[in-house]
Design a protein around this ligand. Structure first.
Ligand SMILES: *Cc1c(COP(=O)(O)O)cnc(C)c1O
Length: 565
């Protein structure tokens, strides 16, 4: 079974989360979905790749929300044997002086082009492990720092060993964020020089050889997104082959900084948009950081109704998204028709799941992403009187998003939106859909008219949901941060909110600008100048979907990162 994939060198793509499909709940948000899109494009393009991640048997969590807007977290237990095949190979890692056994499951992602990419899911729930160790691969982003460090040992160190055990020859190790950076330490242990008399312990470890094998992608300027572990914890928990002094040499003096470890032991480092590259270079001075702007997987993120439309007017689009350059060939009425059907389907789903009836002819604004402070789901509610005055009877809203179980501010955002939902009803209708996942994301990004994005600059490293919207001809209305700095052309591909990216964030100015453009440009165009509106929809496909797709992203990784050395 696995032999099919081990007959040539591969890119080993390591990620703590991978979003393959909604019923494999081993992802939490954009990072995991991007990992899934990377694998999907690799399969389409037949790039030899293997994905490696944790089994997360209890998922991230399933979200319920009570009347008051309190988030309720339900373990999302899933049965790996429904989609995955258990492999017989075992490896072990040293944790707290014990030898922890790791097993593996195989999932094969198959492309319509016939390309296949295997994904290895690591699992510590196997006989021979202590009851506690058996829970190490249960929860994605659950538990405390100690639990996280153990998971990262399983992923980074266990991952390298498992790939070897399975017979893979790895050409390049690609770390999708710092969670897997310990793989560099495992590689160091394989590059010990044979030196008789040791003057300097450092010289024994051939860091350059490791660098040539490694690629590191950093994904966020948010400080909490960079794992840091105190060395007394590392010393107690990591009891494997490489001495602590060597880890300190590359992982930082104060604490083990997983980003620093990745940066120090990779020959190619990149941020996920051009602005993010600049911000990352400021955060980590002295490192050469490149930019490979994210993209989304064309077929996966296109509504079935729009797929039909593209098949008709732009045959071949799914595997060659450059064909979107000819999106001007799609008749306006046909595009509007397809969009209206996607919208009707979404509104039906809203009615079924929430009981809220939204109007098919009302301008519908969507906002769905992880509920966390910097994404500012509530910026639109800065001035309620103004919002009422502009939107009453003319605009309706659809929200969705989970807050991390320990993100109290994120949970507060969900409560606040629920409170406003009650207060503003029926003057402005707002629906909040539960349990945001990939299936729901596709429904929302394709079924609304405008995709709203109001992050606090410069924290949105890239953002990808706006790219999904564009792929469906849905118009972006966004703060100039992340990918939108590259995609935005005012009034041509959508609209900006607030000042240029170089200026410091000014929430009041951004809110004022948001209200002004809604009132003066967006609402009048939607209701009175439908032709102009559809032109921007079509431009979104022609100028944004054309570029911000994961096929282009994958080609860039191949030519700029994977084939070096
Ligand atoms: C695309 C996607 C995201 C990322 O959304 P951003 O707006 O880029 O943060 C998060 N969650 C799910 C389920 C997605 O499909």
């Amino acid at each position: 079974m696995i032999e099919e994939f081990t007959d040539r060198p591969v890119i080993a793509y390591f990620s703590m989360e991978i979003g393959l499909r909604s019923d494999i709940p081993t992802y939490s948000g954009g990072l995991g979905v991007l990992a899934g899109d990377t694998i999907r494009s690799a399969a389409d393009m037949r790039v030899p790749m293997v994905g490696i991640t944790l089994i997360s048997r209890k998922g991230y969590f399933r979200q319920d929300i009570d009347e008051e807007g309190n988030q309720i977290e339900i373990p999302d237990v899933w049965d790996p044997s429904t989609h995955l095949m258990r492999l017989s190979q075992r490896v072990s890692v040293g944790i707290e002086g014990r030898s922890v056994l790791i097993g593996a499951w195989l999932y094969v992602h198959e492309s319509v082009t016939g390309g296949r990419v295997p994904i290895i899911f690591l699992d510590t729930d196997i006989e021979g492990n202590t009851p506690e160790d058996r829970t190490l691969t249960d929860y994605l982003y659950g538990g405390d720092q100690e639990y996280r460090l153990k998971q990262e040992i399983v992923l980074g160190i266990g991952g390298v060993r498992m790939l070897e055990e399975l017979g893979f020859e790895v050409r390049k190790y690609h770390m999708n964020e710092g969670h897997s950076s310990l793989l560099t330490i495992e590689l160091l242990s394989r590059h010990r020089r044979d030196i008789e008399e040791v003057w300097d312990e450092k010289l024994v470890w051939d860091a350059e050889a490791v660098r040539r094998q490694c690629v590191f992608t950093t994904h966020t300027p948010v400080e909490a997104g960079h794992d840091k572990f105190p060395y007394d914890l590392v010393k107690r928990v990591y009891t494997d082959t490489v001495p602590l002094e060597v880890i300190k040499e590359y992982g930082g003096g104060e604490h083990l900084n997983m980003t620093l470890l990745g940066l120090n032991l990779s020959h190619f480092i990149n941020g996920v948009a051009k602005r993010h590259q600049e911000v990352s270079m400021q955060m980590f001075p002295g490192y050469e950081i490149h930019a490979i702007t994210n993209g989304v997987h064309p077929f996966t993120w296109t509504h079935p109704r729009l797929r039909e439309l593209y098949d008709r007017y732009l045959p071949g689009w799914a595997n060659e998204p450059e064909i979107f350059v000819r999106a001007g060939k799609i008749p306006k009425e046909a595009l509007w028709q397809a969009h209206s059907e996607a919208k009707r389907e979404l509104l039906e789903y809203v009615k079924e799941t929430t009981g809220i009836e939204l109007g098919p002819d009302i301008l519908t604004i969507g906002f769905a992403r992880r509920a966390t402070a910097y994404k500012r789901a509530d910026l639109i509610f800065t001035d309620i009187q103004k919002l009422l005055q502009i939107c009453e009877g003319r605009v309706q809203f659809i929200f969705a998003g989970k807050a991390h179980p320990r993100d109290l501010q994120g949970k507060e955002l969900i409560r606040r939106i629920h409170q406003l939902m009650r207060e503003l009803d029926p003057r402005i209708k707002i629906a909040y859909l539960k349990n945001y996942n990939m299936d729901l994301a596709l429904k929302i990004v394709s079924g609304v008219d405008v995709w709203l994005n109001t992050p606090q600059r410069p924290y949105e490293a890239s953002g990808t949901s706006g790219m999904k919207a564009a792929l469906n001809g849905v118009i972006n209305f966004s703060v100039l941060d992340g990918w939108w700095i590259e995609g935005h052309e005012e009034g041509v591909t959508g609209w900006a909110i607030g000042g240029p990216p170089e200026e410091p964030s000014d929430p009041q100015r951004e809110a004022d600008d948001l209200y002004r453009k809604l009132e003066e440009i967006i609402i009048p165009m939607y209701y009175n100048h439908r032709e102009d509106w559809i032109r921007i929809m079509r431009n979104s496909i022609r100028l944004l979907a054309y570029y911000f797709n994961s096929h282009r992203m994958m080609r860039r990784y191949v030519t700029e990162a994977y084939i070096l050395y």
